[in-house]
Ligand binder design. Structure first.
Ligand code: RRO
Length: 311
């Protein structure tokens, strides 16, 4: 049987497939569903200093080939996730990942410090949701990213990575990579949803979601090629010194295979988990093993990053 285990920042994962921050990972009940599934880690919802209700509903909609959301960062506040990590750590043996998404530099520093003393294995720093009303997507502001990474790097004791928005221009990839390389960032997660799409219902002539005039982050198959490009580009720019986790439009083992070929060390399921439920983790893992068996690959490093180009 093919071995699809991996390591992120030296944390061992039984398989390379786990849940993305966002869908169905806000409450302890939801996190326990993930803990009992085949997800190889328990990723928690991005948290803020104080609990947030999030944006008005409806704020998520399934689309033919994906999803649109403008959740607005609903979460129970970081103290709840510190507490949940202790409960999950006692009950289950899987790595636990906190996702931090503070509104200010100070909030982020406070939360990084708090998770230093919690039984989380990794931290995924999400510097700015695409849907927080009145807040820009921080990942597009390279100066602000530099300030944030400088501040959190000073206090972080757990290995951490950065969840990035999609980039579309080679210059932007290079600028972001240059900032990230200055700090002890262990991995990047590519990509967050593609910000500010618009989905309409032609019958009712209304937008599908309520917040922000109907604008929201697009996920699922629509964004797979953008996600693959981002995973590939950062893999090339980081030359194996900083790992890449792929997320965006992965529904099958074949999708997962493509991301690993592009250079990803692990992959996350977001819209697929939202739409298909916890059984999807095992399906993707089984399909990936089957593809590897047919191709004669025994482990991920046999093909990871080895995408061929036509020149
Ligand atoms: O909660 C959200 O609206 C949200 C977040 Br924090 C994020 O990082 N990405 C997204 O698509 N939605």
């Amino acid at each position: 049987m093919a071995d699809i285990s991996t390591e992120i920042a030296e944390v061992k994962l039984e398989t390379c497939v786990f849940n993305a921050s966002g869908p169905k990972d806000e409450t302890l009940e939801e996190l326990e569903v993930i803990a009992r599934s085949k997800s190889s880690a328990i990723m928690m919802k991005s948290c803020t200093l104080l609990p947030r209700e999030g944006n008005p509903k409806p704020r998520y909609a399934d689309l033919e080939f994906g999803s649109i959301n403008s959740m607005g960062l609903p979460n129970l506040g970081y103290r709840a996730y510190v507490k949940f990590s202790k409960i999950l750590d006692k009950k289950y043996s899987k790595p636990i990942i906190a996702s931090i998404c503070g509104m200010t530099v100070k909030d982020n520093v406070t939360m990084f410090k708090a998770f230093n003393d919690a039984p989380v294995d990794l931290i995924e720093f999400n510097p700015g949701s695409p849907n927080t009303i009145g807040q820009p997507i921080i990942g597009y502001d390279f100066r602000e990213m530099n300030q944030l990474l400088k501040a959190v790097s000073k206090v972080a004791k757990k290995p951490f990575g950065v969840k990035l928005p999609p980039y579309f221009d080679f210059v932007h990839f290079e600028q972001m990579a240059k900032v990230i390389k200055k700090y002890p960032v262990k991995f990047v997660t590519c990509i967050n949803s593609v910000g500010n799409g618009l989905a309409v219902d032609p019958i009712t002539e209304k937008t599908l979601i309520k917040p922000k005039g109907g604008f929201g982050g697009i996920g699922g198959t629509y964004i797979k090629f953008t996600a693959l490009a981002n995973a590939r580009k950062f893999y090339e720019l980081f030359e194996n010194k900083i790992q890449v986790i792929g997320v965006g439009g992965i529904f099958s083992g074949l999708d997962a295979f493509e991301f690993i070929l592009a250079g990803a060390s692990a992959i996350q399921l977001s819209t697929a988990f939202m739409q298909k439920g916890p059984a999807i983790f095992e399906i993707v893992q089984r399909e990936l093993k089957e593809i590897m068996r047919k191709k004669g690959y025994e482990k991920l490093s046999d093909f990871r990053g080895k995408l061929k180009t036509l020149d």
